[in-house]
Design a protein around this ligand. Structure first.
Ligand code: 13P
Length: 255
Protein backbone atom coordinates (compact mmCIF):
# COMPACT_ATOMS: atom_id res chain seq x y z
CA UNK A 1 0.00 0.00 0.00
CA UNK A 2 1.35 3.41 -0.81
CA UNK A 3 1.29 6.14 1.80
CA UNK A 4 0.83 9.73 0.63
CA UNK A 5 3.86 11.70 1.84
CA UNK A 6 3.46 14.72 4.06
CA UNK A 7 5.45 17.92 4.39
CA UNK A 8 4.32 19.77 7.52
CA UNK A 9 5.62 23.11 8.74
CA UNK A 10 5.42 23.83 12.46
CA UNK A 11 5.73 27.56 12.87
CA UNK A 12 5.76 27.40 16.67
CA UNK A 13 5.22 30.91 18.12
CA UNK A 14 6.06 32.75 14.91
CA UNK A 15 4.19 34.95 12.43
CA UNK A 16 1.37 37.41 12.86
CA UNK A 17 -1.83 37.01 10.86
CA UNK A 18 -0.46 39.48 8.34
CA UNK A 19 2.86 37.63 8.01
CA UNK A 20 1.02 34.32 7.70
CA UNK A 21 -1.07 35.71 4.88
CA UNK A 22 2.01 36.92 2.98
CA UNK A 23 3.59 33.48 3.41
CA UNK A 24 0.45 31.70 2.18
CA UNK A 25 0.36 33.79 -0.98
CA UNK A 26 3.96 32.88 -1.80
CA UNK A 27 3.37 29.21 -0.98
CA UNK A 28 0.19 28.93 -3.04
CA UNK A 29 1.88 30.65 -5.98
CA UNK A 30 4.69 28.09 -5.91
CA UNK A 31 2.60 24.95 -5.39
CA UNK A 32 0.90 24.26 -8.71
CA UNK A 33 2.15 21.02 -10.18
CA UNK A 34 3.29 19.68 -6.83
CA UNK A 35 0.69 16.96 -6.46
CA UNK A 36 1.08 13.61 -4.74
CA UNK A 37 2.09 15.16 -1.43
CA UNK A 38 0.11 16.59 1.47
CA UNK A 39 1.23 20.01 2.65
CA UNK A 40 0.31 21.11 6.18
CA UNK A 41 1.04 24.42 7.88
CA UNK A 42 0.79 24.66 11.66
CA UNK A 43 0.52 28.36 12.56
CA UNK A 44 -0.24 29.91 15.95
CA UNK A 45 -3.91 29.70 16.97
CA UNK A 46 -4.57 33.29 15.90
CA UNK A 47 -3.81 32.50 12.26
CA UNK A 48 -5.77 29.22 12.02
CA UNK A 49 -9.01 30.65 10.77
CA UNK A 50 -7.68 33.32 8.40
CA UNK A 51 -5.17 30.90 6.90
CA UNK A 52 -7.74 28.17 6.41
CA UNK A 53 -9.93 30.71 4.61
CA UNK A 54 -7.02 31.77 2.47
CA UNK A 55 -6.00 28.19 1.61
CA UNK A 56 -9.55 26.88 1.05
CA UNK A 57 -9.72 24.88 -2.17
CA UNK A 58 -5.92 24.55 -2.31
CA UNK A 59 -3.88 21.45 -1.42
CA UNK A 60 -2.63 23.17 1.75
CA UNK A 61 -4.06 22.02 5.09
CA UNK A 62 -3.93 24.16 8.21
CA UNK A 63 -3.41 22.50 11.60
CA UNK A 64 -3.01 23.74 15.18
CA UNK A 65 0.03 22.94 17.30
CA UNK A 66 -1.96 21.76 20.32
CA UNK A 67 -5.48 21.37 21.75
CA UNK A 68 -7.22 20.40 25.00
CA UNK A 69 -9.02 17.09 25.50
CA UNK A 70 -12.19 18.58 26.98
CA UNK A 71 -14.94 19.92 24.72
CA UNK A 72 -15.42 23.19 26.65
CA UNK A 73 -15.31 24.73 30.11
CA UNK A 74 -13.03 26.47 32.57
CA UNK A 75 -9.66 25.77 30.91
CA UNK A 76 -8.12 29.20 30.52
CA UNK A 77 -5.77 29.45 27.57
CA UNK A 78 -6.90 26.25 25.87
CA UNK A 79 -8.86 25.43 22.72
CA UNK A 80 -11.00 22.38 21.95
CA UNK A 81 -11.36 19.97 19.05
CA UNK A 82 -14.68 21.58 18.10
CA UNK A 83 -13.05 25.00 17.86
CA UNK A 84 -10.38 23.49 15.63
CA UNK A 85 -12.98 21.91 13.37
CA UNK A 86 -14.66 25.28 13.06
CA UNK A 87 -11.40 26.51 11.51
CA UNK A 88 -11.72 23.72 8.87
CA UNK A 89 -8.70 21.84 10.17
CA UNK A 90 -8.19 18.14 9.56
CA UNK A 91 -4.94 17.55 11.49
CA UNK A 92 -3.68 18.58 14.93
CA UNK A 93 -0.13 18.36 16.30
CA UNK A 94 -0.06 16.76 19.76
CA UNK A 95 2.73 16.04 22.23
CA UNK A 96 5.38 18.20 20.62
CA UNK A 97 8.57 18.01 22.70
CA UNK A 98 8.28 21.72 23.55
CA UNK A 99 4.84 20.97 25.03
CA UNK A 100 6.29 17.99 26.90
CA UNK A 101 9.42 19.70 28.20
CA UNK A 102 8.60 23.41 28.56
CA UNK A 103 4.94 23.03 29.52
CA UNK A 104 5.33 19.72 31.36
CA UNK A 105 2.67 17.87 29.39
CA UNK A 106 2.61 14.22 30.33
CA UNK A 107 2.15 11.27 28.01
CA UNK A 108 -1.12 10.50 29.83
CA UNK A 109 -2.46 13.96 28.97
CA UNK A 110 -1.28 13.57 25.41
CA UNK A 111 -3.13 10.25 25.23
CA UNK A 112 -6.34 12.02 26.26
CA UNK A 113 -5.78 14.61 23.55
CA UNK A 114 -5.19 11.93 20.91
CA UNK A 115 -8.47 10.27 21.88
CA UNK A 116 -10.38 13.56 21.85
CA UNK A 117 -8.96 14.43 18.43
CA UNK A 118 -9.95 11.09 16.89
CA UNK A 119 -13.40 11.29 18.51
CA UNK A 120 -13.82 14.63 16.73
CA UNK A 121 -12.62 13.14 13.41
CA UNK A 122 -9.32 15.03 13.51
CA UNK A 123 -6.08 13.22 12.62
CA UNK A 124 -3.52 13.61 15.40
CA UNK A 125 0.12 14.15 14.50
CA UNK A 126 1.57 12.53 17.61
CA UNK A 127 5.14 13.65 18.31
CA UNK A 128 7.59 11.38 20.11
CA UNK A 129 11.31 11.64 20.72
CA UNK A 130 14.11 11.10 23.19
CA UNK A 131 16.41 13.66 24.84
CA UNK A 132 20.18 13.52 24.39
CA UNK A 133 20.58 12.18 27.94
CA UNK A 134 18.13 9.38 27.25
CA UNK A 135 19.87 8.57 24.01
CA UNK A 136 23.33 8.51 25.58
CA UNK A 137 22.28 5.92 28.14
CA UNK A 138 20.70 3.71 25.47
CA UNK A 139 17.09 4.43 26.41
CA UNK A 140 15.82 5.65 23.04
CA UNK A 141 13.58 2.67 22.27
CA UNK A 142 12.25 2.51 25.84
CA UNK A 143 11.27 6.20 25.78
CA UNK A 144 9.66 5.95 22.35
CA UNK A 145 7.75 2.86 23.45
CA UNK A 146 6.45 4.58 26.61
CA UNK A 147 5.39 7.66 24.66
CA UNK A 148 3.60 5.52 22.07
CA UNK A 149 1.94 3.23 24.62
CA UNK A 150 0.49 6.14 26.58
CA UNK A 151 -0.16 8.36 23.58
CA UNK A 152 -2.11 5.63 21.77
CA UNK A 153 -3.66 4.08 24.86
CA UNK A 154 -7.28 4.76 23.86
CA UNK A 155 -6.86 4.33 20.11
CA UNK A 156 -8.85 1.47 18.59
CA UNK A 157 -7.52 -0.56 15.65
CA UNK A 158 -10.27 0.99 13.48
CA UNK A 159 -8.93 4.48 14.09
CA UNK A 160 -5.22 3.77 14.45
CA UNK A 161 -4.36 4.27 10.79
CA UNK A 162 -5.60 7.87 11.02
CA UNK A 163 -2.80 8.72 13.43
CA UNK A 164 0.36 10.26 12.01
CA UNK A 165 3.47 9.79 14.17
CA UNK A 166 6.30 12.31 14.07
CA UNK A 167 9.66 11.13 15.36
CA UNK A 168 11.47 14.23 16.58
CA UNK A 169 14.61 13.53 18.60
CA UNK A 170 14.77 16.42 21.07
CA UNK A 171 18.50 16.88 20.49
CA UNK A 172 17.90 17.52 16.79
CA UNK A 173 15.23 20.20 17.22
CA UNK A 174 16.42 23.71 16.47
CA UNK A 175 20.05 22.70 16.88
CA UNK A 176 21.12 22.40 13.25
CA UNK A 177 22.22 18.86 14.14
CA UNK A 178 19.74 16.65 12.32
CA UNK A 179 19.70 12.94 13.00
CA UNK A 180 21.43 10.93 10.31
CA UNK A 181 19.02 9.24 7.90
CA UNK A 182 20.23 5.93 9.40
CA UNK A 183 19.36 7.06 12.94
CA UNK A 184 15.94 8.23 11.79
CA UNK A 185 15.42 4.98 9.88
CA UNK A 186 16.27 2.89 12.93
CA UNK A 187 13.77 4.60 15.22
CA UNK A 188 11.07 4.96 12.56
CA UNK A 189 11.31 1.24 11.78
CA UNK A 190 10.99 0.57 15.48
CA UNK A 191 7.85 2.75 15.60
CA UNK A 192 6.33 0.90 12.65
CA UNK A 193 7.12 -2.42 14.26
CA UNK A 194 5.52 -1.26 17.52
CA UNK A 195 2.38 -0.25 15.63
CA UNK A 196 2.37 -3.61 13.87
CA UNK A 197 2.63 -5.44 17.20
CA UNK A 198 -0.22 -3.39 18.68
CA UNK A 199 -2.55 -3.08 15.69
CA UNK A 200 -1.44 -5.59 13.07
CA UNK A 201 0.35 -5.36 9.74
CA UNK A 202 -2.37 -3.55 7.78
CA UNK A 203 -2.38 -0.61 10.20
CA UNK A 204 1.44 -0.60 10.37
CA UNK A 205 1.57 -0.35 6.57
CA UNK A 206 -0.96 2.51 6.53
CA UNK A 207 0.32 4.75 9.34
CA UNK A 208 2.46 7.62 8.19
CA UNK A 209 5.60 8.31 10.18
CA UNK A 210 7.46 11.59 9.80
CA UNK A 211 10.93 12.73 10.81
CA UNK A 212 11.48 16.15 12.41
CA UNK A 213 14.57 17.96 13.68
CA UNK A 214 16.71 20.42 11.71
CA UNK A 215 15.21 19.43 8.36
CA UNK A 216 16.43 21.70 5.55
CA UNK A 217 16.13 21.85 1.76
CA UNK A 218 19.62 20.29 1.64
CA UNK A 219 19.05 17.25 3.85
CA UNK A 220 15.38 16.42 3.26
CA UNK A 221 15.99 14.30 0.16
CA UNK A 222 18.15 11.85 2.11
CA UNK A 223 15.40 11.35 4.70
CA UNK A 224 12.63 11.08 2.16
CA UNK A 225 14.34 8.52 -0.02
CA UNK A 226 14.02 6.06 2.86
CA UNK A 227 10.86 4.02 2.10
CA UNK A 228 9.94 3.98 5.80
CA UNK A 229 10.01 7.78 6.20
CA UNK A 230 6.73 9.23 4.96
CA UNK A 231 7.37 12.90 5.46
CA UNK A 232 8.89 15.61 7.58
CA UNK A 233 7.81 18.00 10.31
CA UNK A 234 9.82 21.12 9.69
CA UNK A 235 10.40 23.95 12.18
CA UNK A 236 12.79 26.78 11.33
CA UNK A 237 13.00 26.09 7.59
CA UNK A 238 9.20 26.19 7.27
CA UNK A 239 9.13 29.92 8.07
CA UNK A 240 10.57 30.90 4.70
CA UNK A 241 8.25 30.10 1.77
CA UNK A 242 11.14 29.54 -0.66
CA UNK A 243 12.82 27.04 1.67
CA UNK A 244 9.54 25.33 2.48
CA UNK A 245 8.68 25.01 -1.21
CA UNK A 246 12.11 23.55 -1.88
CA UNK A 247 11.55 21.00 0.90
CA UNK A 248 8.22 19.99 -0.68
CA UNK A 249 9.89 19.73 -4.08
CA UNK A 250 12.79 17.63 -2.79
CA UNK A 251 10.37 15.39 -0.87
CA UNK A 252 8.40 14.69 -4.05
CA UNK A 253 11.58 14.02 -5.98
CA UNK A 254 12.58 11.38 -3.44
CA UNK A 255 9.32 9.40 -3.58
P1 13P B 1 13.50 22.57 13.57
O1 13P B 1 13.20 22.13 12.15
O2 13P B 1 13.63 24.04 13.71
O3 13P B 1 14.65 21.79 14.14
O4 13P B 1 12.19 22.17 14.45
C1 13P B 1 11.69 20.90 14.36
C2 13P B 1 10.40 20.85 15.06
O5 13P B 1 10.33 20.96 16.26
C3 13P B 1 9.18 20.68 14.25
O6 13P B 1 8.08 20.39 15.04
Amino acid sequence: MSRTPITAGNWKMNKTVEEASVFAEALLAGLPGMDGIEVIICPPFTALYPLSQKCAGSPVQIAPQNMHWEAKGAFTGEISAGMIQECHCHYVVLGHSERRHIFRETSEEIGKKVKAALDAHLCPILCVGETIEEREVGKTEQIIKEQLLLGLTSVSPEKASQVVVAYEPVWAIGTGKAATPDDAHFVISYIRQFIGDEYGPVVAEAVRILYGGSVTPDNVYDFMKDPDIDGTLVGGASLDPAKFLKIIQESRRAK
